[in-house]
Design a protein around this ligand. Structure first.
Ligand code: SF4
Length: 473
């Protein structure tokens, strides 16, 4: 359900072999395409061999943070960028990325998507060694670990990244600028996506392929889990981490269900097709007799089309989304939160009144937004409401960078499906099953992370670690 969970970040990197070129504007467009992955802050770091490193981060949407003048102030043929969604209590500029740290006459700039579950311990080790932190983000921990290996321990960049990754437990996709070169890294489980493309002679790294499309770059491949890539002599160079291939692949299933844009392809699987398949699977599980199939826009549109095609029941728009309501909308009171749902979505009474409707949503997390949404739909007086959900019950939090809710707040962790249906006061409620979701994605189950659905997490979770919840002002 939109607004109930957020991915933390989208990352980008561009390497041009022409050092007279400025690539910050291309980074800007890529970040624009990845805005759905984070709306709290945005940043770009660029490198020019004569001028050195330039860097700017700000709070808000990419268009709020970067004016044309600001982009012009970021010269360089190499650059990285980041969009971020903040988590509990951390909506502040200090946590925005890329992080930059300098050493001797060098620097490291780094953009991270993911969450490091042992970052508390790693941070303490660095503090004990005299490192001073300006943020409470785990990404700064990785940045300083890299600085320590590369500068203090005098290792080359690849050995430094290898040494750092050995200590990291959790999810990470990274774009790094160091020693005037661009590196891309993906954790050995492949939890977070990262792919590479080519645009003329330039290489582009991005969380999702949609970023390549906007700048007309040609997708080459996904970064292999546990791979470091860098660029030399017009070629992609690859170094596999020692841990690569030795741990279970764990691609986040939520990328396919909700986070990624439908026009992206991740690890060879097209997100739009997966969501269409989710609709087909929902029809196989729940062949309901109804007049119309209605999506909760936007992420559920392909699933509703899939259900409609499989069933022959017409697809119809029954809810209109106001595209201009920002996700950073502040809602301090319950009344205002309810108003916000009305502001975001409005039912088309004519399309709903007197009809048996199948309403399809991507997921239910806390259930509060679903309740408000269904109350709105009921005002349009449908004859029946059958609510189908494209994600199995979310029963546990995520520790890998998807900010959703604590276990106490997750409706499916505390109530049975029958009880949820009763609370929502609808004619029927059907969740996709885990096997049906796996079938819809089309990837072997053992290659997916489904920790929030079955509590089978791909890493140890340190005792007492609180899952991050999305930022609540
Ligand atoms: S726990 Fe859930 S949301 Fe988190 S990485 Fe795994 S599948 Fe994705």
């Amino acid at each position: 359900m939109q607004g109930e969970m957020e991915d933390k970040c989208g990352i980008v990197g561009i390497h041009s072999k022409d050092d007279s070129k400025d690539v910050a504007s291309l980074i800007y467009y890529c970040l624009y395409a990845l805005q759905h992955r984070g709306q709290e802050s945005a940043g770009i770091a660029s490198f020019n061999p004569t001028i050195g490193l330039n860097h700017y981060c700000g709070m808000g949407l990419i268009t709020d943070v970067f004016s044309n003048e600001r982009i012009q102030s970021l010269p360089g043929h190499m650059a990285i960028g980041h969009v971020r969604y903040s988590t509990t209590g951390q909506s502040k500029l200090e946590n925005s990325q890329p992080f930059v740290t300098d050493f001797g006459d060098g620097f490291i700039a780094m953009a991270h998507n993911g969450d490091i579950v042992n970052s508390g311990e790693l941070r303490q080790e660095l503090i004990d060694e005299g490192f001073y932190f300006k943020s409470d983000s785990d990404s700064e921990v990785i940045c300083y670990m890299l600085k320590k290996e590369h500068y203090d321990n005098d290792k080359n960049v690849i050995d430094s990244i290898e040494a750092v990754c050995k200590k990291l437990v959790g999810s990470y996709a990274l774009t790094i600028l160091v020693d005037g070169e661009l590196y891309g890294v993906r954790d050995p489980m492949g939890i977070k996506p990262l792919a590479v493309a080519k645009r003329d002679d330039d290489f582009v790294l991005a969380s999702e392929t949609v970023a390549f499309d906007v700048i007309n770059a040609e997708y080459i491949r996904d970064i292999v889990p546990g791979e470091i890539i860098y660029f030399e002599n017009d070629e992609i160079n690859s170094h596999m981490l020692e841990s690569a291939g030795k741990c279970k692949l764990s691609h986040c299933m939520f990328e396919y269900v909700y986070f990624a844009r439908p026009d992206s392809t991740i690890d060879g699987i097209n997100v739009y097709e997966t969501r269409m398949n989710i609709g087909k699977q929902l029809h196989e599980l729940y062949p309901i007799d109804a007049d119309v199939v209605i999506p909760v826009p936007d992420s559920s549109i392909p699933a509703a089309i899939g259900y409609s095609r499989a069933s022959g029941i017409p697809y119809g728009e029954g809810l209109i989304k106001n595209r201009y309501v920002g996700r950073t909308f502040i809602m301090p009171t319950q009344e205002e939160r309810e108003l916000a749902v009305r502001l975001k979505l409005n039912p088309i009474k004519k399309a709903i009144k007197g009809k048996k409707i199948i309403l399809i949503d991507d997921s239910i997390v806390r259930g509060t937004t679903s309740k408000q949404l269904l109350d709105l739909v009921k005002e349009a007086e449908p004859a029946e409401i059958h609510f189908l959900v494209g994600c199995p019950p979310v029963i546990a939090p995520c520790y890998y960078g998807v900010a959703m809710a604590t276990k106490k707040e997750l409706i499916a962790a505390n109530y049975s499906i029958e009880e949820i249906q009763e609370q929502l006061n609808i004619d029927s409620l059907g969740y996709i099953t885990l096997p049906a979701l796996v079938k819809a994605i089309g990837m072997p189950e053992e290659n997916l992370c489904m920790g929030c659905l079955n509590e089978d997490y791909p890493t140890e979770i340190p005792e007492g670690l609180e899952a991050e919840t999305y930022y609540k002002p």
